[in-house]
Design a protein around this ligand. Structure first.
Ligand code: PLP
Ligand code: COI
Length: 339
């Protein structure tokens, strides 16, 4: 294992030894290549640069107490990247190629998978780019699929500790029937101004409302939203949010814990009634929400009364992390062991 200060890692890029790449040319995918280059050479007319014809994924590899490396629900990421590719007319990466590339990228960099005790993990970033000399708005003739990795700590620097979030009605992340349900760069570009503003004002994230009616909770920039009350796990139904694999897993774990699960519109005012709430995602894991301030309507919804994660968030967090690190039985078949 590399000699890094594992437990003080934040969520950032750290150079590793290898990445893997595969080109789509003349209507087919080529061989998987191993690279040590951190850069890519692109034609200046590439569609990914001008028209956002690109998609990405995010998943993690975890080292258990037993030293073994585990991937969490990699097939789900493969399937989502196919939907993202189709959503911006790119050549989809076949599921087997995606999984092979992810495994290879992790195996080649296994010395960068943090030790169990550190609580850190190896973030895996698959990326699909439209290549070629194009000026008109049309799909690229060629594609490049890359998987690189970076050891990471918590996405929100507070880790598993409640943080405040802001609603800013002057910004939308995605249109009701736009690209919000797929993982393409444009969604993140659209969310950047409100995210930076939220950070400047001391919030960990911007919580977006639905773009059409401005009534319902959608999600945060990098994570889905859930609320807990009356022994029920409630998460938004929306045509403009990313179907989070973490959220899907938490819905199952909540059910396993005997909670009811509801996927439905969540009006902003309902925030006042939640006993607990959180943001969830691969990078964010579970980030409990302290309070939500609607900065335009001058309303505050206090969620955590004592500044600590609530008991159900804590149970869900422990269960999820337990499965990911191999401390809990993988009863749903979510884990892929490397080797
Ligand atoms: N929502 C958005 C906009 C995201 O970027 C992410 C991260 O991937 C999520 C939600 C969480 O999804 P997942 O749990 O699959 O990582
Ligand atoms: C993830 O959770 O994997 C994400 O992609 C979120 C963010 C880093 C964009």
């Amino acid at each position: 294992m590399k000699n890094l200060d594992w437990s003080s890692l934040g969520f950032g890029y750290l150079k590793t030894d290898y990445n893997v790449r595969c080109y789509y040319r003349n209507g087919k995918w080529g061989e998987l290549e191993v690279s040590s280059e951190e850069t890519v050479t692109l034609h200046m007319g590439a569609t990914c640069l001008h028209y956002g014809q690109e998609a990405f994924e995010g998943l993690k590899a975890y080292r258990g107490k037993d030293g073994k490396i585990r991937l969490f629900r990699v097939e789900e990421n493969a399937k989502r990247m196919i939907r993202s590719a189709e959503g911006v007319v790119m050549a989809p990466v076949p599921e087997e190629l995606f999984i092979k590339a992810v495994k290879k990228a992790v195996e080649l960099n296994k010395d960068f998978v943090p030790p169990y005790e550190s609580g850190a993990s190896l973030y895996i970033r698959p990326l699909l780019l439209g290549l070629g000399a194009q000026v008109g708005v049309k799909p690229a003739p060629e594609y490049l699929f890359i998987v690189f990795v970076s050891p990471v700590g918590p996405y929100f620097k507070e880790g598993f500790k409640p943080t405040p979030m802001a609603i800013m009605r002057g910004y939308d992340r995605a249109a009701p029937l736009g690209t919000g349900t797929i993982k393409v760069g444009g969604n993140y570009a659209a969310g950047m101004v409100p995210t930076v503003l939220a950070h400047e004002k001391g919030y960990s994230a911007c919580l977006f409302l639905d773009a059409k009616e401005k009534k319902y909770i959608d999600e945060c920039g990098p994570a889905n939203f859930f609320g807990i009350k009356d022994n029920t796990y409630i998460t938004p139904e929306s045509t403009s949010i990313l179907p989070s694999i973490t959220n899907k897993s938490l819905m199952q774990l909540a059910e396993d814990l005997g909670l009811k699960v509801e996927r439905r519109h969540v009006p902003e005012e309902e925030l006042a009634t939640f006993e607990e709430a959180g943001a969830c995602g691969t990078a964010a894991v579970i980030s409990p929400i302290l309070r939500v301030d609607d900065l335009d309507e001058h309303k505050t919804y206090q969620i955590s009364k004592d500044g600590k994660p609530g008991p159900i968030c804590e149970k869900l967090y422990n269960k999820l992390r337990g499965i990911q690190y191999g401390d809990e039985p993988d009863t749903h078949g979510w884990v892929t062991l490397l080797d």
